[in-house]
Design a protein around this ligand. Sequence first.
Ligand code: ACO
Length: 168
Amino acid sequence: MGTCGAVVSVSLDGVRDDNLTQLKKLNSILFPVRYNNNYYADVLASGDFTKLAYYSDTCVGSIACRLEKKEDGAVRVYIMTLGVLAPYRGLGIGDFAIDDDDDVLDLSSKENVSEVYLRVQTNNEDAINFYKKFGFEISETIRNYYVRITPPDCYVVTKYIGQPQSEK
Ligand code: ACO
């Protein structure tokens, strides 16, 4: 579990069988979609790429990823969900969850990850601005991606990861 320098009372924890309920509760509040068993199996398989964020003792956010192996052996990281409960937004918790020591972007640069990507509804300006701050770019627009929410369109937002030089 890491602790945040700027916001001292924020910490992160991994996701395991015994705290998976916390992630389920957060998702039911944050997202208009009910996630199925495949989502939670991917979460448990993603290891350190999925985290719960705590503000003091309260679980207030999460980042959940799926690792996708490409044919050439490289790994793509798909951010399935990232969310912070509304009263706790703007405090740097999302920043801490994605870009701290041993978090998704840091781990990606240390491991054989070629890109990190996600899909976001086209009207979600908060999230789009958030991701742009960390060097993500809109790489594709998919019309009518969502069935039950409006607007139905999404952006694919991607950050390509440069690999550290390997030692010879
Ligand atoms: N407007 C503009 N920029 C923003 C905003 C905003 N509302 N929120 C965050 N940012 C940018 C800023 O540059 C900010 O840096 P700064 O404070 O130095 O200016 C930076 O992002 C980091 O902000 P944090 O405070 O760390 O972000 P927060 O903890 O509020 O989390 C998040 C951002 C996760 C997008 C939050 O708004 C949220 O939970 N939204 C609802 C759920 C959601 O839409 N999730 C993403 C859906 S896509 C997906 O899940 C794959």
